[in-house]
Ligand binder design. Structure first.
Ligand code: ZN
Ligand code: ZN
Length: 107
């Protein structure tokens, strides 16, 4: 299972086509929110239960580049310079927001 085509149908949307025919859809803000790097994970944990609104940095939810990592993951480079998040293909599929996946999640 791996992405075969990645496009940007809208400024804040990423579309990933998979080799199994799945047409995935992602919102950049969600992808950034679930950044799997150690720093972001810690931040998410420490914010749990707090009523503070997250501070959105300039460019935080804007994607500058996507780089493949081996043949198991993608590295997203954000406009604010953040680039330590390595998104494995499994992780990306879990975060998929297409109609089909959302229906499965609701069950
Ligand atoms: Zn991160
Ligand atoms: Zn999907």
């Amino acid at each position: 299972m791996r992405p075969v085509k990645i496009t940007r149908p809208a400024a804040a949307t990423l579309a990933i086509e998979w080799d199994d025919g799945h047409k995935g859809r992602h919102t950049l803000a969600i992808l950034r929110k679930y950044c799997p790097c150690a720093g972001c994970k810690t931040e998410m944990e420490s914010n749990k239960g707090s009523s503070l609104l997250p501070i959105i940095k300039q460019g935080q939810n804007e994607l500058q580049a996507i780089e493949p990592v081996g043949n198991y993951a993608l590295q997203f480079v954000w406009k604010d310079g953040h680039r330590t998040g390595i998104y494995t293909f499994e992780h990306l599929r879990e975060l998929c927001e297409c109609e089909e996946c959302r229906r499965v999640m609701r069950k």
